[in-house]
Design a protein around this ligand. Sequence first.
Ligand code: NAP
Length: 240
Amino acid sequence: MAIKKVLITGASRGIGLAIANKLANQYELILHATNEQSFTTPIPNSSIISADFSDPEQVTVFCKRLKKEHGDELYAIINNAGVTLDNSIIFQSEKDIDKMLNVNLKAPIMICKTAMKIFNVRKKGVIINVGSVIGETGNAFQSIYAATKAGLVAFSKSLAKEAAALNDEHEIRVLSIAPGFIATDMTSKLPEVEKQKYFNAIAAKRYGKVEEVAELVSFLLSEQSAYINGTNIHINGGLF
Ligand SMILES: NC(=O)c1ccc[n+]([C@@H]2O[C@H](COP(=O)([O-])OP(=O)(O)OC[C@H]3O[C@@H](n4cnc5c(N)ncnc54)[C@H](OP(=O)(O)O)[C@@H]3O)[C@@H](O)[C@H]2O)c1
């Protein structure tokens, strides 16, 4: 059977790590984090390419390595790495704005550009961009984060249409997913009052688990989801 390689960015912790653990027996994994030391537990069947996505030059090097070292067998990419730097827009520094734009939006765009070049030749491949419920609802003090996540949704839908515009027949799918409140490092640093606000708004009356997001990603990569394309899939327990 042909080797199928899957890139997971931000795979050292939280949702990305759960996705890596879920996929490790099915695919050969290319894992990413800011540096190799971020990985505290070994994941079978994997190699690592590290890069700080807030630095566009590191993203360029990352994309070149992805194509050169794994392009031949690349089956899917999961753009999961992301940062929140919550603040009022009034006080948000340009440095923090740039960091969120670069890590959450520009790096995924550049990685998708690399992947689309590969997938377009092979006429096959899957892209999953990890957005957020905040990209749809908006949230006070998360305006830049919300903008990056909403941007990913529109970008993903556009790429799905572009794959169709460039090819008569193809099996390229581009999706985004929008997790709600998932228990990870990212959400553990929120103030208690904010956590309670979310909790009260979740119909399921519990926070989401990283493993539940990993299950969704695993399904979206599978042949069983071959007709799911160009859409944004929410996984939030009913968060209104
Ligand atoms: N948790 C939630 O409730 C939630 C909800 C909606 C959407 N999301 C989205 O889901 C994704 C994963 O979230 P999470 O909660 O699992 O986050 P997390 O636990 O904070 O993990 C973040 C991951 O991103 C990597 N990362 C951070 N800064 C980076 C940078 N400058 N360059 C490259 N990589 C960087 C981290 O690598 P290091 O370990 O090296 O720092 C880590 O692997 C994010 O895109 C987030 O926006 C999360």
